[in-house]
Design a protein around this ligand. Structure first.
Ligand SMILES: Cc1cc2nc3c(=O)[nH]c(=O)nc-3n(C[C@H](O)[C@H](O)[C@H](O)COP(=O)(O)OP(=O)(O)OC[C@H]3O[C@@H](n4cnc5c(N)ncnc54)[C@H](O)[C@@H]3O)c2cc1C
Length: 395
């Protein structure tokens, strides 16, 4: 594989840089740089900016209104958007439901669902997990009982990321109770303003409101909102999860975080010398940088493979495991670099030795704690290892 960019790719890189220079508002970049919790308004503003340029659905083919980028162009966009401190693109509609509707949706669903995602008008959230059905997702109990031309939905979903900003939810529901659990699951789309739906916040360890519980009581959902066949939702669920895992690799985010970590190591003084000159710290930074370089290549290789076969495969589990380990290691090193001032407190910190001030300190510990989630969501890393041993090592 030739790892240098072609002249066309370099021109594309410049185009992306020019775009972010000209179009990313300062208050959005500042919010991302500070590590503060993102608001729904910030995400929406950024999504609309990308949508106006036709760059919101970075993974979609032209046929469905995406930019039709090659894997390398997507990689360039990922790296550059993070370098300019753009927020992440909220993935639930764009990277998860979009590909599902393109592959499994009927013509009416394609016409109704895809434009709302592309224009950033609709915000989808993901209703997969339940209390008691996370790793063992097939044991989910939220039920959808047929009543004429409606399903009546009862049950509970949990860990629903950014659901407080969403107007729609895609859910896995149980439509059959006998036979193998996987063979009684269906994939259902719902408006969140339907009577009988209630959302409650869950606070994460750092105090942020990023996830929710969703309760369904006799919610009437039109049968036409079923995607694919009744009881055939498990295939769709798995297809969606491979897309989710590819996105979690977060190469661009980790590259930017590593640059910030190295800058921090150059500024922080420990025992009269720069922290980056401490052999133990420097060795950990070097190791995570080498891992990230390897990850970059693996990510590109898998993106090409996914393009060739039309969808990502089980090998995305490798990206999920490695990507989250790298991200957590960088956050851990940043917290250690700051030591006692990594605590999340407001105000200026300058004791003459550390010479640090917000944004170095303010959200550092929160970022570290928040990053713990990455090895759990999208299917925990232990589950990814199980997938790899079954599907790739055939053990
Ligand atoms: C911040 C955050 C955001 C999330 N967002 C969403 C969302 O938007 N929508 C959604 O549907 N879900 C979401 N999830 C849920 C997520 O997918 C689940 O938390 C995850 O699948 C793990 O399930 P669980 O929490 O029930 O843990 P459990 O399944 O109870 O697992 C507990 C522990 O046991 C281990 N374990 C379980 N089974 C095995 C096994 N067979 N082999 C080895 N180890 C095992 C797990 O790795 C884990 O360490 C989110 C989770 C988090 C933390």
């Amino acid at each position: 594989m030739d790892l240098s960019y072609t002249p066309q790719e370099l021109a594309f890189q410049q185009e992306v840089r020019d775009f972010f220079e000209a179009n990313l508002p300062g208050h959005i970049a500042d919010a991302v740089r500070s590590g503060a919790e993102m608001t729904g308004e910030i995400y929406q503003e950024y999504h609309r900016i990308l949508s106006a340029k036709g760059w919101l659905a970075t993974t979609w083919p032209k046929q469905f209104g995406g930019p039709g980028w090659t894997p390398v162009e997507r990689h360039i966009f990922d790296v550059e958007s993070n370098r300019y401190n753009a927020p992440r693109i909220v993935p639930f509609g764009l990277a998860m439901l979009g590909p599902v509707i393109q592959k499994f949706g009927n013509d009416r669903q394609k016409a109704e669902v895809l434009p709302g995602i592309l224009s950033a008008e609709d915000w989808w959230c993901q209703g997969y997990s339940e209390p008691g059905a996370g790793s063992d997702l097939a044991s989910l109990k939220t039920r959808a009982d047929r009543d004429g031309d409606h399903y009546v939905v009862n049950g509970q979903k949990t860990w629903t990321t950014l659901g407080q900003y969403a107007n729609k939810i895609f859910c896995l529901v149980r439509t059959r109770f006998d036979g193998k659990p996987q063979e009684g699951i269906s994939f259902l789309l719902m408006d969140l303003d339907l009577p009988g739906i209630e959302m409650r916040p869950i606070r994460l360890i750092e105090g942020g409101h990023e996830v929710n519980e969703v309760f369904f009581t006799d919610v009437r959902v039109p049968v036409e909102n079923l995607v694919g066949e009744e009881n055939a939702g498990w295939t769709i669920a798995k297809f969606l999860l491979t897309h989710e895992r590819t996105g979690i690799a977060g190469v661009g985010i980790s590259m930017q975080a590593l640059e910030e970590l190295k800058a921090l190591g150059r500024r922080v003084k420990r025992d009269g010398r720069r922290l980056i000159e401490d052999p133990l710290f420097a060795a950990r930074v070097a190791r995570v940088e080498a891992d990230l370089e390897a990850m970059k290549i693996t990510n590109l290789r898998m993106l090409f493979q996914a393009q060739k076969q039309g969808h990502p495969g089980p090998e995305t589990s490798i990206l999920k495991i490695k990507g989250t380990q790298i991200n957590q290691e960088i956050r851990d090193l940043a917290r250690r670099a700051l030591g006692p001032v990594a605590a999340p407190f407001p105000g200026h910190v300058n004791d003459g030795n550390l010479a640090l001030s917000p944004p170095d300190t303010e959200h550092n510990a929160a970022r570290y704690f928040n990053a713990r989630k990455t090895s759990i969501f999208g299917g925990s890393n232990e589950i990814q290892r199980n997938i790899l041993t079954k599907t790739m090592l055939e053990l």
